[in-house]
Design a protein around this ligand. Structure first.
Ligand code: PMP
Length: 359
């Protein structure tokens, strides 16, 4: 067996321990004589799987009682529409902060359902920073404020939770959920596609405060949060296997000591990589220092031919998926929870050797 260091932005690497557990349980899950994939979602065995997944996620994120955890499908992209459909109830207006391609997609979708005020944007400098926000940007005539906590493509991240004058705060945490401690009570909705820090693609997690559910009539059944909240994410067949793997990832995180512990590891990993970039005199990080992401680290050499060579030689050496997003070029190392410290140490050693051969 030979596993690579996979720096993909998502779907991304998963903890080896989780994959091994899934392998052990593949043919016969706990004496049921079948794989979790083959199991009825209404079976007792599966009810226990989804129940444990939810309660472990609640434990990990310290999710208050007055929030529902929903296991949905359609990716974070469907949440771009479900959020405005369900939340534009009174003012039919929302404030959005535009910090990248995913924010823009969320804004475009919200405009189908109501008025959007782009309260702040960092588009003027290719989304390389997080704009300064103040509470007075968020006038009270809006049903919610939307941010993208971590910007996967540009490698920036909100370090502070914006003050919104009591307006519910909705955030897309697709690329940073479970990477550090979070105060769920500061948010109205947290949503995330699973394929980075949670598990396989096909599952989307929505954490939603009770009072934000069921305020708009005439929503198609499957797009109404109330449908899924009332049915415990079992209105229709949920993505059963993806939820099972997510549950194994939650157990893995709890065994490590929870989000505080993984946060320390993530900070160490990011520090090694950013320190190397800053001192290399060859590579350059593209995000503003104060706003740097712990999860996605974009960088450039400055010469597209040399960057192509870097990506190819890195892949040949076992460091794969380092090419930057197709819209921005350069390189990007996504270093989610499952990327071990050792992967970063070996990557920086490779980068140093490449620099010596090519500078
Ligand atoms: N938001 C963010 C921050 C993302 O990184 C992504 C995917 N890379 C999306 C939304 C879109 O997610 P999905 O593919 O699950 O719809």
């Amino acid at each position: 067996m030979s596993r690579v260091y996979n720096f993909s932005a998502g779907p991304a690497c998963l903890p080896v321990e989780v994959l091994q557990k899934a392998q052990e349980q593949m043919l016969d899950y706990q004496g049921t004589g079948m794989s979790v994939m083959e199991m009825s979602h209404r079976s007792k065995a599966y009810e226990e799987i989804i129940g444990a997944a939810e309660s472990n996620l609640r434990k990990l994120m310290n999710i208050p009682e007055n929030y529902k955890v929903l296991f949905l499908q359609g990716g974070a992209s469907l949440q771009f529409a479900m959020v405005p459909m369900n939340l534009l109830s009174k003012h039919k207006k929302a404030h959005y902060v535009n910090t990248g391609l995913w924010s823009k997609k969320a804004i475009k979708e919200a405009k189908r359902f109501g008025e959007v005020n782009v309260a702040a944007s960092s588009e003027d400098q290719t989304f390389s920073y997080i704009p300064k926000l103040s509470a007075d940007m968020f006038t009270p005539d809006a049903d919610y404020v939307h941010i993208t906590t971590n910007n996967t493509i540009y490698g920036t991240k909100f370090k502070e939770i914006p003050e919104t004058n009591g307006i519910p705060l909705v955030t897309d945490m697709s690329s940073c959920i479970l990477s550090e401690e979070v105060d769920v009570s500061k948010y109205g909705i947290i949503y995330a596609g699973a394929q980075k820090n949670i598990g396989p693609a096909g599952l989307t997690i929505v954490i939603i405060r009770d009072d934000l559910i069921g305020n708009v009539a005439e929503i198609p059944t499957m797009l109404d949060y109330k449908t899924h909240a009332d049915a415990g994410s079992m209105f229709n067949t949920p993505p059963t296997y993806a939820i099972y793997i997510a549950g194994l990832v939650f157990e893995w995180l709890l065994d490590l000591g929870g989000l505080g512990e993984i946060q320390k590891v993530n900070e160490r990993k990011a520090a090694i990589l950013y320190d190397y970039l800053d001192n290399s005199g060859f590579y350059k990080g593209t995000a503003r220092r104060e706003d740097r992401s712990l999860m996605n680290v974009p960088f450039v050499i400055g010469d597209p031919e040399m960057e192509k060579k870097f990506v190819a030689e890195a892949a040949a050496a076992g460091f794969v998926n380092l090419k930057g997003h197709r819209t921005v070029g350069g390189m990007r190392a996504s270093i989610y929870n499952a990327m071990p410290v050792e992967g970063i140490e070996k990557l920086t050693a490779f980068m140093e050797a490449f620099k010596k051969n090519n500078a």
